[in-house]
Design a protein around this ligand. Sequence first.
Ligand SMILES: *Cc1c(COP(=O)(O)O)cnc(C)c1O
Length: 371
Amino acid sequence: MPSRPEVAALPVYNAGLSEDEVRQKYNAPHISKLGSNENPYGPSPTALKQWENLTRQMFRYPDATASALRHALAQITDMPADHIMLGNGSEQIIRLICEAYLSPGDRVVTVLPSFGLHMIWPEMMGARVDAVSITAEGRFDLPAMKQAVQAAPLKILMFSNPSNPVGCMMNAPDMLELVACCPPDTLIVIDEAYYEYAQGSPDYPDATKILPRQERPWLVLRTFSKAYALAGLRIGYALASDTGVITTLNKVRDPFNTNMAAQGMALASLRDRAHMRDSVAATVAERERFMLALARQGYAPVPSHANFIFLDVGHDAAIVAERLLRHGVIIKPWREKGFETCLRVSVGLPVDNDRFLHALAIETGQTDDSH
Ligand SMILES: *Cc1c(COP(=O)(O)O)cnc(C)c1O
């Protein structure tokens, strides 16, 4: 049965190996899962106390508009509750944006290397995606991005800040300059999946504070999957320039897209943000130790504003990744053209990061002179 040509042309999404698959296939006693940027410190213990209560309500449909959660998010984000929409992961919101706004032939600009779905969902709708490569130093290429957004009619500008997978960030003046170059009706989508990790970086802009300076439609995406450690529950949210955008997205959204347990745990997690902040601080401190250790092993990782590190290992990263699996270490080798020698490793617990460092030294023949 042939699919739509747009679908036939799509790659199969690479979600990586599960812990169980690696344990079985490689017979590894310890698994260090550093491929999906999860938060190893886990969700708030006080939020977890809600879990039993939530399970008792599972015979009910969830609140279709996630009203309580939207109002809690409104307080924290300083956005009106009717400018907020919840998604079954922010990934789903990326898809809804594409389904609602893109027609075949429309143009989308993003960056390369990219978060896969920033390209896959637009392509599914038949849009043309122009991906602007980051610079050799691992920065957003502002002049090239400005040129790309001006080149032809542009429906959507979409990228993550900080960037997944590179970890670099765009500051406020650059973002304003770039957005000013877009046609006035271009939808600006800033994916802030790693917002909480970048907040402590000097000059990191909260896009909801700077995008309103220009009269245009925009969406900022955030998630409970990373800093709030609820990846398995699937819940993320969009903050929008106006209620019109939310109304449009709601038309293509499944009515009960976020489940009751996810809504409840997200709400409870917002009541204990101290736990989230502590785990972010621990990860950021560990990230700096990890970076120094990599530098000692002779690597030059790009400075990261998120909970992962992007690293050029100088060999086919897919082969390195396969070898690391024998040590029980899961990371993500990059497959996009021009970045095949790069891998992305999440900042996990110190013991897992050390296992990665050790395995990398063995498998790439680089010795750590601190030992
Ligand atoms: C992890 C990630 C997401 C996915 O978040 P979910 O809320 O789990 O769907 C979205 N965008 C980027 C850039 C990410 O890295």
